[in-house]
Every structure is written in C-alpha cells, then in structure tokens.
Ligand binder design. Structure first.
Ligand SMILES: [Cu+2]
Length: 422
C-alpha cells in the first residue's frame, strides 16, 4: 500500500532533483552533443552452417550521446553476406522521452529525458563483463559511457537434419543517470538482421515517494531508412480470429489509410507495423522490416501523446519540434502521406513499477539531511522494448547449411537441357 508523500519530502525531492540536474552535464562530459562514433561487427558462418563461399553477416553502427537525447543510434547498415554491399536500415533511432507519472501525486510527472539535463553515467570494466569492452569516450568527455558486448543469444534454429545454430548479437548500451534513477538504453544488433530495442529502469526509488507505484514510459522514435529511405511504405499488420469459427485471417493494409496518425496496439490482433522498401530479394519479394511489440501492458494517462501506442509520421528534420514525443499529436495533425516517403515510427513501451522490498530498504544507510530516510539499495532492472525484425531481407534462412545448388545438366546441340524426372 503506497502512502501519499508528505509536503516536506516533496520539497526535499524538488531540491535534490534541481541540484542533480544542475550538476549533471558539467561533470566529466564536455560537449552537449559530441560527434557520432562508429563500431562494426562481423558474425562469421563458422563451422555450424553455411556453404562456401558464404562467409557471414555484419553490422556497421553509428551512435552518439546528446543533451536531452541520452544514448542513441545515428545510423545502422547490415550486410546479408560479407561480400555484399551494406544495406541501410536506420537513419536515427532513439528514446525521444522517458515519461514517469506517479500514481498518487498529481504534480509528480517527470519527463526524465527532455525535462532535465541528465548525463550518461561513467562505465567501467565491471559494467562490460566478460564479453564486453568499453567504447572510447565521446569527444570532450573525461570517461567512457558506452559498453559494447558480443553476447550469445541462445538457439536460433535447430532441426532434425542439420543440427543447431546458436545466435549472437552486438549489444551497445549506456546508462542515463537520471537523478536518483538510472535508465539503461540498449540496442542489440543481431546476426540475423534483427535490432532489439530495450530500456531498463533501475537505480534508487524516488526520495519522498520510495514506495509509490509509477509508470516508466519509454517513447521511442525510429527514423527508419530501409535501402532508400525516401521511398518507404508504412503498413499495418493485423490478425483476426473469433471463438465462433475455426478460421483466421491476416491482413496487410496501408497504415492509417496511408497518412500520418496514431493507432492502438490490439492484443488479439497481434498489431505490428511494417516498413517496406522498393528493393526485392532474390525471390522477388519486397525487403521489409516489422516493428514487433514486446509488451507487459498498455499505459494510458491524461496526456494526449499517451493515447495511442503506435504512430507513424513523415520525417521533417527541418522542424525543430519534430523530435518531441509530447508533440506527436501536432506532428501528425496535417495527415501527410506515409507512402513512398521518409517515414518515422513512434512506439511506447512501458514498465509498471510497483515497488517491492527488493528495491531497497529505508533506515539502513547514511541520512543526507534531518528527515532523510537513510535509503539503501537499488531497484532491480525492469525491461521494456520491441524488436525490428527483417522480412524477406534474406532469400532463405540465415546461417542454415543449405546444400550447394545442383549443377544444371549439359545442354544438347540446340541448347535444350534434360529436365530431371521427365
Ligand atoms: Cu521505477
């Protein structure tokens, strides 16, 4: 049972947050928006799967940190095969805001990204773990803030004929030091072309409201540029099935009748967004990516930018308010086309934080001021996010050891070839 915060802790909280916000960007972090950096990874076919001359896949990723932006992606390109050219997937992908409304106090509704000047936290060897490295500090920064890990992500296929393959991913992450709280901003670039977008909420519960339940809404903005970013189509995928019959249908339609807008995620429809390019794979199918939600629940608050879960808009980098999630209802008001153009996907993923004793303990640590509760402990990380999953990007199962193609039979003098079975 949560209790309403008393006036005194609220005042202390405001003072603490103001101090933290003021102290934030100066400490060890120089430029407000240092230049992007780049990292690459090659996932080689190796022993378990693949036929010569297939060598493997690769990612090239550009990333940055910035004021009111946290840690974000400024470009991502994928190679289906090491000998092929890069295929562009992402122009810019970021958390546009972190909105944290508390359940019981009307004035405790934080915009943790755009409302404060929170810095990225320093990372050390113990952050990186056994399979990680610290990426070089951004220009002007006194310490590194980004970890790059190469993780085993478990089995990606297993079948009766050709054994099994374990997948890998390159994970880039950084912590946004949001006052008492910490957000892990994480992007996983997988060997099969999937990008896993995750935000983890951890750190110390709010001083003055340690036990008060609240929502951590991550508002994502994905400017996808698939192959040719100026010519992408936004589609809506739905599934329909009732308990009255045995059949079911799946439908693909232009998103929101082909124009900007916001829609709701419907659990029984398996709602997802699809972005199609004009380029086709070897089977003649359009190369696309699906935005696949991973959800524990759907947050709705008074604020109108929380009234839908999935939005699509047209990219307008020249408009300064274009990056603000809270401005989305205005951004889509002119209902521009989202067909054959540069589209932006917006998605909200939420973690509902109901405090528990595992989050920490009062009267356990040093008191910072007279009425301080002497809190010690850290809320265990809670994740939310989504996947961007390729569709018909490959011509066949990645890393599967298909047999080499059967050589064509010799042609006769007229150029005719014998057809097997005839
Ligand atoms: Cu929380």
């Amino acid at each position: 049972m949560a209790r309403p915060p008393s006036p005194a802790p609220s005042l202390a909280l405001v003072c603490l947050l103001a101090l933290l916000a003021a102290a934030g960007p100066a400490r060890g972090q120089g430029l407000p928006d240092p230049p992007s950096q780049e990292t690459t990874i090659e996932f080689v076919v190796g022993d378990s799967g693949g036929v010569s001359p297939r060598k493997g896949t690769a990612w090239k990723v550009q990333y940055a940190r910035g004021m009111h932006k946290g840690f974000y992606i400024t470009g991502a390109w994928f190679r289906r095969e090491l000998s092929e050219d890069w295929i562009k997937v992402i122009h810019d992908a970021r958390i546009a805001d972190l909105f944290v409304p508390y359940h019981e106090s009307a004035d405790t509704r934080f915009f943790d990204l755009t409302g404060f000047s929170f810095p990225l936290a320093e990372v050390k060897a113990e952050d990186a773990g056994a399979n990680g490295i610290l990426l070089p500090a951004f220009e002007g920064d006194a310490y590194p803030t980004v970890v790059r890990e190469v993780r085993d992500r478990g089995v990606v296929w297993k079948d009766y004929a050709n054994g099994v393959r374990r997948g890998r991913e390159m994970v880039l992450w950084a912590g946004l030091q949001a006052g008492n709280y910490m957000y892990l901003m994480q992007y996983g670039f997988q060997d099969d072309g999937v990008i896993a977008f995750r935000v983890g909420a951890t750190g110390q519960n709010l001083p003055g409201a340690r036990k008060q339940a609240h929502m951590h809404d991550a508002h994502w903005r994905i400017d996808i540029d698939l192959v040719d970013g100026a010519r992408n189509n936004a589609m809506l995928m739905t599934h329909s099935e009732t308990t009255a019959g045995l059949g079911a249908e799946d439908d693909e339609q232009p998103f929101h009748s082909g124009v900007e807008g916001g829609i709701d995620w419907e659990p029984k429809e398996f709602t997802m967004l699809r972005v199609e390019s004009e380029r086709r794979n070897a089977n003649g199918k359009k190369i696309a990516y699906d935005l696949m939600p991973l959800r524990q629940g759907t947050a709705r608050h008074k604020e109108d930018f929380t009234h839908h879960d999935l939005w699509v808009s047209r990219s307008h980098p020249e408009r300064p308010l274009e990056m603000l999630f809270a401005n989305l209802p205005s951004i889509v008001r002119d209902v521009e086309s989202v067909e054959q153009t540069d589209v932006v996907l917006w998605y909200t993923s939420s973690s509902h934080h109901e405090p528990r004793d595992e989050d920490g303990k009062g009267n356990a640590g040093r008191r910072l001021w007279y009425w301080d509760d002497g809190w010690e402990g850290s809320a265990l990380v809670m994740w939310s996010g989504f996947d961007l999953k390729p569709r018909n990007l490959f011509d066949r199962t990645p890393f599967y050891p298909y047999a080499p193609p059967t050589p064509a039979p010799p042609a006769d003098a007229e150029g005719r070839r014998a057809v097997p079975g005839n």
